[in-house]
Design a protein around this ligand. Structure first.
Ligand code: ZN
Length: 503
């Protein structure tokens, strides 16, 4: 009887796996990545596989494409490829706009040891629209990457920044397990400085029926009570309670209705929820966090992580902007609330490149933390391209400069075109160094849709094809770049003695 080892196949060594009497692996040749399966002739698992079949001493060899159908078979036969809820474990979210980043991301997570739970399949609905990808494509790309690297320690999958029930349905259908609700459209801006009459008007307009509440009942629950959180006391007077409810009441109602929609749709399948208000204008005060958490709990919502809007600025692709000491006091309070009213994890969105505050977050959150990165894996792809195809990188940079003012609209960025170098004269190391400059970095970060999107949406399929071609031709260059970049994000969170605080 033949086995893989007898067949002279050039398989990627970490991909090799067995299940029952079947052997699985990935080969890479000039046609790209191929799934290779060897199983006893007539084995039922072979039925759904796409590919060329040949017989070898009683066994059937299938060599097939990295297709959606084959990804489905892989997940059915190899349980470790199926996303699962990861609960309160310290975790990192690693989005991938290209569908090629997972191998490098796996290497970075593996190097960190067993304590960090990874989420490779993660993309916001907004970025799916801009890149023309579906939740299923994102899931499948992660499946192939996890399989290639042989990461068997488990994965989550995050449908990020879901804003309406239809977003939930699409991610449920693709097998996502973490659902990040973004009720930002229902968070009232400017309440902190609004007039009392304005606050009254907003209160009157709250969906009290959906909240199963009245302002009088709300006051009964909060006024005159002191909520002690590890030495931090939160109290409400009528004024602060009115402003907290006016600002976040609509968001609480929206999250509650999204949660019920998800629970119905999941129909018994396990899922977990994150609540994120990070993309709103005004920071979330500690009292407002207490209000949101207590009210969501009252309405029967369960969540594993929450992303407040912290003080300072978490812009895309660059370090924290603001006073680290003010941030430390802010995150300390939010972490205490998350322990006392959950426990649940604090989630750090736009979490890439925040090197000046990682240690603070790791120390204060004591392991109850989720760090969410996404676009930085795209930037590292561009860094790899700047080395292997500098002309292509230059063209992408020219396009990014053209499109930046439009594409930046829904992102928190402050890069200015006039501070980013003109592309004309850049060569060699100077070109690659662009990826480390504040303005150029953000300009490249938020214009991915203009490169990757469909032509009808203003995308540039010619550039996208060359970009994918360069990365597929140099998978090791991309994986190595990504691994070393992400290692710097991960290090502060895995060698502390404080993780598993709540497990
Ligand atoms: Zn976010």
């Amino acid at each position: 009887m033949h086995a893989f080892s007898d067949l002279q196949l050039s398989l990627l060594p970490r991909s090799l796996a067995t299940s029952g009497s079947a052997e699985w692996g990935l080969a890479r040749d000039e046609r790209g990545t191929r799934l290779v399966v060897l199983a006893p002739r007539g084995s039922t698992l072979l039925a759904d596989l796409e590919g060329e079949r040949s017989e070898h001493a009683g066994r059937t060899l299938v060599v097939g494409p990295a297709s959606a159908a084959n990804a489905r078979v892989l997940r059915r036969e190899l349980a470790w490829l199926v996303p699962r809820p990861i609960g309160l474990r310290t975790s990192i979210g690693l989005g991938d706009r290209l569908g090629l980043a997972t191998p490098g991301q796996v290497r970075a997570v593996r190097a960190a040891g067993p304590d960090l739970a990874p989420i490779f399949a993660q993309q916001s609905i907004r970025e799916m629209a801009r890149t023309g990808r579906t939740p299923q494509q994102i899931m499948d790309a992660a499946t192939w990457g996890v399989f290639e690297e042989g990461w068997q320690a488990g994965v989550g999958a995050d449908g990020d920044h879901l804003k309406e029930p239809a977003d939930i349905d699409r991610c449920l259908a693709a097998g996502f397990t973490l659902f990040t609700f973004d009720p930002g459209a229902f968070v009232a801006a400017g309440v902190g400085t609004a007039s009392r009459a304005d606050v009254e008007a907003r209160l009157a307009a709250l969906p009290w029926r959906a909240l199963d509440d009245t302002f009088d009942a709300l006051k009964m629950r909060y006024l005159g009570r002191r909520i002690d959180l590890e030495g931090l006391a939160v109290t409400f007077d009528e004024e602060s309670l009115a402003r907290a409810a006016a600002k976040y009441g609509g968001a609480v109602a929206h999250v509650s209705s999204m949660y019920r929609h998800l629970a119905r749709g999941a129909a018994g399948r396990p899922f977990e929820v994150e609540v994120s208000v990070d993309e709103t204008d005004d920071p979330t005060s500690h009292a407002e966090h207490v209000y949101v958490a207590r009210e969501l709990r009252r309405l029967g919502v369960s969540w594993v992580s929450l992303a407040p809007r912290f003080v300072g600025r978490f812009e895309k692709g660059v370090d924290y902007i603001g006073d680290p000491r003010a941030f430390e006091a802010d995150v300390a309070g939010h972490a205490a609330i998350a322990r006392a009213l959950g426990p649940y994890k604090l989630s750090l969105h736009s979490g890439s490149d925040k090197f000046s505050v990682y240690e603070i977050v790791a120390a204060e959150a004591r392991g109850l933390v989720h760090v969410k990165t996404a676009g930085t894996s795209y930037l590292e792809a561009l860094r790899a391209v700047a080395t292997v195809d500098p002309d292509l990188f230059c063209e992408i940079y020219v396009l990014a400069r053209e499109r930046y003012e439009v594409d930046r609209a829904s992102y928190h960025v402050s890069a200015r075109l006039d501070r980013a170098p003109e592309p004309g004269a850049l060569r060699g190391a100077r070109l690659r160094a662009l990826l480390d400059e504040f303005d150029a970095r953000q300009i490249l970060h938020v214009t991915f849709g203009s490169v990757l999107g469909a032509e009808a949406d203003g995308g540039r399929p010619d550039l996208a094809r060359r970009l994918f071609g360069a990365l597929r031709a140099h998978p090791e260059a991309y994986a190595a770049t990504l691994e070393s970049h992400l290692a710097r994000h991960i290090a502060p969170f895995h060698h502390s003695d404080v993780r598993t605080a709540a497990s």
